[in-house]
Design a protein. Structure first.
Length: 255
């Protein structure tokens, strides 16, 4: 009589699949993760691993679908630990938006984005929840989805301040600098009044540093600081004289 071999626990199989991926065996890891997902479809770790293996194998589109499925499973798992009524989230847009706002406020942006998606499917967003949905996507690096959300908000309102959300959303995109510039031009064409070309009476710059001015709401109190500091610091003080114009008084001097 032949003894039956014990069934390998899912945790061990997950470890072996991850080890194959870490060792550079993308094909072996992909097969292992596919088998795990087929056997345990609610196992989010297997779907995260499948997404990584797909990326390693060069299947970016399928990897994006896998990471989206993993993210949704993970979010629902987290929400399931609370007293949130998921059934109501799927049918009551206002309730779902309020739940999503709470998760967004707790910096759980991936969970928030899933619930904001339920709000949209249940009947639509208010303007604020639509913007928050876009921000929750933007903070995850889900660039094109964030742009789409902000575009809907901008088109719905025709408001310049709302349309401004589209500007930083384009920076992380592929070819982001060019796309941001194009979006900035669209914003200007839509929301600024035409004016004649300016005429400058400045003396020639020969023999003196080039004077550059930077305008921003704040140089020290916003996320722009991490990008502006290295930019400003890289100027050659022998060639450039920098002027900073914050919208309000800064809490400390910018040197």
């Amino acid at each position: 009589m032949t003894a039956e071999l014990p069934v390998m626990p899912l945790g061990i199989r997950l470890l072996n699949a991850n080890t194959a991926l870490w060792d550079g065996d993308a094909e072996g890891a992909l097969a292992a993760f596919r088998a795990l997902v087929a056997e345990a479809p609610a196992m989010r770790q297997a779907r995260y691993g499948l997404a990584s293996a797909l990326m390693a194998a060069g299947a970016a589109d399928e990897a994006a679908r896998a990471i989206d499925e993993a993210r949704t499973l993970h979010a629902l798992e987290v929400v399931g630990l609370t007293e949130v009524d998921l059934a109501r989230c799927r049918s009551d847009a206002a309730y779902a938006a309020q739940v999503a706002d709470l998760f967004y406020g707790a910096s759980m942006v991936a969970v928030a984005s899933v619930i904001y998606g339920m709000a949209a499917a249940a009947g639509g967003h208010s303007l604020q929840s639509l913007i928050s949905h876009g921000l929750s996507l933007h903070h995850q690096g889900r660039t094109e989805e964030a742009i789409a959300a902000f575009r809907v908000a901008a088109d719905r309102t025709g408001d310049a301040a709302v349309a401004e959300f589209l500007l930083p959303a384009h920076f992380p995109a592929e070819d982001g600098v060019a796309r941001h510039a194009a979006e900035a031009r669209r914003w200007a064409a839509r929301f600024t009044a035409p004016r004649p070309e300016p005429a400058f009476d400045n003396a020639p710059a020969d023999g003196r540093p080039l004077r550059i001015g930077y305008f921003t709401p704040s140089f020290t109190g916003t996320q722009a600081r991490q990008f502006l500091v290295p930019l400003i610091a890289s100027h050659d003080p022998q060639s450039v004289e920098v002027f900073l114009y914050p919208q309000a008084e800064e809490p400390f001097a910018c040197g």
